[in-house]
Write a protein that binds this ligand. Structure first.
Ligand SMILES: Nc1ncnc2c1ncn2[C@@H]1O[C@H](COP(=O)(O)OP(=O)(O)OP(=O)(O)O)[C@@H](O)[C@H]1O
Ligand SMILES: [Mg+2]
Length: 141
């Protein structure tokens, strides 16, 4: 069986009250990566006492990670960081040539092309930026 987490998580940043404020999760570029991302988010937000963010964070991370797997490829890394009330979700992928773009008018029966639009609705904002070896697609909740 292939395991999705490729390496131990990096050392994590904690707040003065001992709550983990950031988490880095290496993911394999496979369809199993999104499930692994959701599991990490559920545990991270429970530990940070921010469970109310879980549903939206899992939906946003699922779309970001699936996009990285389907449209970019690895290495993929999910990073979570709490900045006060704000949760930053960043997905690093291995492709700096292709960029995310919200699809224009979609046929009602079109099966794909809605992931970024969902992120735009759920998140306070999102953007993509160049990163070493690829790019980060980042959303804030
Ligand atoms: N990480 C990424 N790297 C490169 N291109 C991306 C990335 N994320 C999105 N894209 C581009 O943006 C488009 C829109 O992404 P979006 O998630 O909205 O739709 P989709 O992935 O095609 O379909 P779905 O509704 O299944 O998510 C993609 O079709 C792809 O061309
Ligand atoms: Mg998508």
């Amino acid at each position: 069986m292939t395991t999705t987490i490729a390496a131990p998580a990096a050392p994590q940043h904690r707040t003065h009250s001992g709550i983990r404020a950031s988490l880095t999760v290496p993911l394999s570029a496979t369809p199993a990566a999104a499930k692994c991302a959701r599991q990490a988010i559920i545990a991270f937000l429970a530990g940070a006492r921010r469970k109310e963010l879980t549903d939206d964070a899992c939906t946003v991370a699922t779309e970001l990670v699936n996009n990285a797997v389907e449209h970019a490829g690895g290495p993929i890394q999910l990073r979570l960081r709490l900045h006060g009330q704000l949760l930053c979700i960043a997905c690093r992928d291995g492709d700096s040539a292709r960029w995310p773009r919200i699809s224009g008018d979609l046929d009602a029966w079109e099966e794909h092309g809605r992931g970024l639009a969902m992120i735009a609705v759920l998140a306070r904002g999102w953007r993509a930026r160049l990163a070493p070896g690829g790019k980060d697609v980042i959303a804030w909740l």
